[in-house]
Write a protein of this length. Structure first.
Length: 437
């Protein structure tokens, strides 16, 4: 090899090294899963194919599908944020490591699943696969920011709704170097946040108040919601409640009726506000939140509806949404308005509001609970009107499950819609759904 040839080779080698170092690597999820040989769609199909023999529930299959989509989305978001300098090297490296560890566990799970699929009897691998699936679920609960520096601090992490308390607050502080945009996600049925989203500048602390709504609380513990931000921080907050709090609106409605009867007149919005104020903390973070007064009227509307005062409930709800138009984007508001409209003799409008409430929760973890209550209320309205499609609503799986697992949901619908024999109608719808046509 002469000197000229050697020089050319050295230049080419150095150029190759420079390209390797300087050329931006593909940090996308699709590139990473290709390198590991992971096919998510095939993996989901295989989970479905063996779920009955291994004992994987439908909810676990849905959660697995959601988990894979969520991992892919967050992987790509972290990649994009890092490329665009919205996430520093240290935080990205930490999050990327956590997500790569999750991918390794996912690959292990799919390997075990492949082994089970190839067996004549997949159930022999049941314990191994369920343990691997449990490992995935445990890692997911910790979040991909686990062990990484977080800019969002949340306190407290547990809210206890006891006795007749109708509100508790959490404080969110920004200890990072950038403004964060937060949102409240997956709030369980029976609760509504205010505000549901917002901006927090560096060094600032804001409050988010969580209020009890008039719908029955879902009875599948633990109840949690998530505080998330644009840097993919995710902080879970647990909700605890006692038996007395589950009957909060019944008790407040009784107090309103007692107050008005002492003066020999129907309940008024003013009466409801007085009773609601007694259930709210006399001081505290909730009083400083934006549109705090609107929530007094929102709670009053729920109390008046439960007390049977439809026109006053309508008035209170109109005042609440006029003061805070964002409330119209909450499923709880649409459900309450639907109940009130039905009380006022407008069943078709009520059904429209129940349907709209469903559209707001599509794809969320609260979709099932919301659909259960709106389908039940829709069926109750149709049942009261003597419509044949009542059994279609009441025969839905989510309604049947809710009626079986939480009888208070049926009591709520029967009381608010003022329909008799709702339990019998639900049982009849179940029998019809089970009968092949």
């Amino acid at each position: 090899m002469n000197a000229k040839t050697a020089t050319v080779l050295i230049v080419l080698i150095l150029a190759g090294v420079a390209v390797y170092i300087l050329w931006p690597r593909d940090c996308s999820f699709s590139a990473r899963k290709r390198s590991l040989g992971i096919d998510l769609e095939v993996g989901l199909d295989k989970v479905k194919s063996v779920k009955g023999k291994i004992g994987i529930s439908d909810d676990q299959v849905r959660d697995f599908d959601t988990f894979m989509k969520d991992l892919a989305l967050k992987y790509d978001m972290a990649c994009t944020d890092h490329k665009n300098k919205r996430m520093n090297d240290a935080e990205y490296s930490c999050r990327r490591k956590n997500m790569d560890d999750m991918l390794d566990k996912l690959q292990l799970f799919l390997t075990k699943l492949n082994a089970a699929v190839s067996l004549p009897d997949p159930s022999v691998q049941k314990e191994v696969i369920l343990r691997a699936l449990s490992d995935l679920e445990e890692v997911e609960k910790k979040g991909y920011a686990s062990g990484c520096t977080s800019a969002m601090n949340v306190s407290p992490r547990t809210l206890a709704f006891n006795d007749h308390v109708s509100e508790h607050s959490v404080q969110i502080s920004n200890s990072g170097n950038n403004q964060i945009i937060f949102s409240v996600a997956d709030v369980p049925r029976g609760f509504v946040p205010q505000p549901s989203s917002g901006n927090i500048v560096v060094g600032q602390t804001v409050s988010v108040a969580v209020f009890r709504t008039s719908e029955p609380i879902t009875n599948i513990p633990p109840l949690t919601f998530r505080l998330v931000n644009n840097f993919m921080d995710e902080v879970p907050v647990e909700i605890q409640f006692d038996q007395e709090n589950t009957s909060l609106y019944d008790d407040l409605a009784t107090k309103v009726q007692s107050l008005s009867s002492q003066q020999n007149r129907p309940p008024t919005v003013g009466d409801a506000l007085k009773i609601v104020d007694e259930s709210l903390p006399k001081s505290g973070a909730w009083m400083s939140i934006k549109n705090a007064d609107s929530m007094r009227y929102f709670l009053a509307a729920g109390v008046l509806s439960r007390a049977g005062s439809a026109s006053e409930a309508h008035q209170a709800l109109d005042t609440a949404t006029a003061k805070n138009p964002e409330l119209e984007k909450q499923p709880a508001t649409l459900i309450l308005r639907g109940v009130v409209l039905n009380r006022e003799g407008k069943p078709d409008e009520a059904l429209q509001h129940f349907s709209k409430a469903n559209t707001l929760v599509v794809g969320s973890k609260t979709e099932k609970d919301t659909r259960a209550i709106t389908s039940l209320l829709s069926g109750a309205v149709a049942q009261k009107q003597g419509q044949a499609d009542a059994s279609v609503w009441l025969g839905k799986k989510e309604v049947q499950d809710a009626a079986k697992n939480n009888p208070k949901v049926v009591d709520f619908a029967a009381t608010e819609v003022k329909v008799k024999n709702l339990n019998q109608a639900i049982q009849k719808a179940s029998a019809q759904a089970a009968t092949p046509h």
